[in-house]
Design a protein around this ligand. Structure first.
Ligand code: NDP
Length: 463
């Protein structure tokens, strides 16, 4: 018996094929009993304006194969699934879509962001099943006002607790490990504050260039695409107070509280080449891993007048008793030669060091790596060949690999009606408020857009 129907809008697109369907498959391949119960009786209805009916089943089975999903649960999904050619902004087309619904309904918006509010307006006038859940992808609006309007449009369809604003970074091992490690280790828990920590960097660079995504990326850029959404969520799990328990309401209150006191850094110079609390760059032609990338502005679909940054860095302050005075630097860039992706926590130097020791003391640095998921700790030790010579030592460990993908975590939350790892409406708006001064300064031309060669680590003046 079907218990839930998931309608995927935009099922002909990249997200569905590359991430969503494998995410469902990973719950089958690597999930536990409760995950299998979630997909038991799941009917997946793909939909798009283009006709993909002939290839739909193959798309699903290919995605499931990719993550090693097999067995009865796979067979059941493949036999019940449908593809409905429909325009999600047409009320008439929703007639045939809703005709496929059995049991509860999940509507997953795998659509370009600009379409979401139009679809929500159509859904608000339809007679949807009593238990309907909406899953909406980032970016959530393109500024605070549009995020407020989108919240209102979605809340006319279903109540806030049934809106999942997806941010798959909250399902990343490193983000989940950050929460677990911070709150469950005395050494970290007691040193997790401005007295001990000098600086925190949250970096997510990648080798990839535009990869044909100009339609979306050229009006978004690195700040909107990565920092405003994903990296602010990572900042929140890095800095929030411990909730009394992991009840979704309590954890989300904790994340919301810390983001409500986060703002652009005002405490003086953070970046060596500028007094501004932000920097931006755009790649020019170069080579990454033997692959030649053209100038960003020569990529198909790019309008140079948009002045889109492909590398963004901003400094923020978390203005509370625990963190006041510590710069949090968020950075993400495309076409970076040796990309870092980690949360990097640098401790302050010790207050006193006995005379007679030689060599340099090294800052203690704790790293939570995104890919591969790992924890590394660099500290100062000694006692090698020269007994009083200080030496850096590093210990590191891979985080246990989960068979459930990041999007598996997302789907788990959506099907299980558990909003813990989704973004609350007020938080989505606050994340825009945090970055707005930077967007304004960039628009006003107050921060130069600097070139860097694809394959380098960023503009020459930054290092
Ligand atoms: P695509 O650009 O591939 O679009 C998805 C589908 O939307 C298209 O196949 C198209 O299907 C449909 N669509 C396009 N324009 C319209 C329109 N005007 N009206 C109705 N339908 C339209 O998007 P992605 O799959 O890449 O991304 C979907 C969402 O997920 C976006 O919000 C994106 O930001 C987010 N996201 C994507 C990631 C990715 O890696 N791709 C990662 C994280 C988030 P058809 O023409 O058949 O109607």
């Amino acid at each position: 018996m079907t218990s839930t129907t998931m309608i995927i809008l935009g099922a002909s697109g990249d997200l569905t094929k590359r991430l969503l369907l494998p995410g469902i498959g990973s719950l089958i391949a690597g999930g536990d009993e409760s995950d299998l119960r979630l997909v038991d009786g799941l009917k997946v209805v793909g939909s798009g304006r283009s006709d993909r009916a002939d290839e739909w089943r193959e798309t699903i089975s290919g995605a499931f194969e990719q993550v090693g999903a097999t067995g009865d649960a796979v067979d059941a999904i493949l036999s019940s699934t449908r593809y409905v050619q429909a325009d999600p902004t047409s009320e008439e087309d929703w007639g045939s879509l809703l005709g496929e619904v059995e049991g509860d309904l999940v509507v997953y918006f795998a659509l370009p962001p600009a379409i979401v509010s139009k679809v929500a307006a159509v859904l608000a006038d339809l007679d949807l099943p009593e238990h309907t859940v909406l899953a909406v992808e980032k970016p959530f609006g393109d500024d605070a006002d549009s995020a407020v309007a989108l919240n209102e449009a979605l809340r006319k369809v279903v109540p806030e607790e049934r809106i999942h604003r997806v941010d798959h970074f909250l399902g990343q091992r490193a983000a989940l490990a950050m929460l677990a490690t911070r709150f469950n280790n005395r050494l970290l828990e007691s040193s997790w504050n401005a007295d001990q920590i000098e600086r925190v960097e949250i970096v997510y660079d990648e080798k990839l260039g535009l990869e044909g995504r100009a339609g979306y990326y050229d009006t978004a850029g690195a700040l909107r695409d990565m920092l405003q959404s994903h990296l602010l969520q990572v900042l929140a799990v890095t800095t929030c107070e411990a909730p009394s328990d992991l009840d979704p309401e309590h954890l989300r209150n904790s994340l919301a509280a810390v983001l409500s006191v986060t703002h652009v850094w005002t405490g003086g110079k953070v970046f060596p080449n500028t007094d501004a609390p932000s920097r931006r760059g755009r790649y020019t032609a170069g080579e990454v891993d033997g692959k030649r990338l053209p100038d960003y502005v020569a990529e198909e679909g790019v309008d140079p007048a948009n002045e889109t940054e492909t590398l963004a860095e901003i400094a923020l302050e978390v203005d509370n008793a625990r963190w006041g005075g510590v710069p949090f630097v968020l950075r993400s860039g495309k076409a970076i030669g040796d990309p870092a992706n980690e949360i990097r926590v640098t401790y302050r130097p010790v207050r006193f060091r006995p005379e007679g020791q030689t060599g340099d003391g090294h800052a203690e640095v704790l790293r939570f790596g995104f890919k591969p998921p790992r924890i590394e700790f660099q500290f100062t030790s000694g006692g090698g060949e020269m007994p009083f010579q200080l030496e850096p030592v590093e210990v590191s460990g891979r985080l246990p690999k989960s068979a459930v993908t990041e999007y598996g975590e997302v789907i788990r939350g959506v099907l299980g009606d558990d909003p813990t790892l989704s973004i609350r409406g007020d938080v989505a708006v606050q994340c825009w408020n945090i970055v707005q001064p930077v967007l304004d300064a960039w628009k006003a031309g107050e921060v130069p857009l600097e070139d860097y060669a694809a394959g380098s680590s960023g503009p020459a003046s930054w290092s």
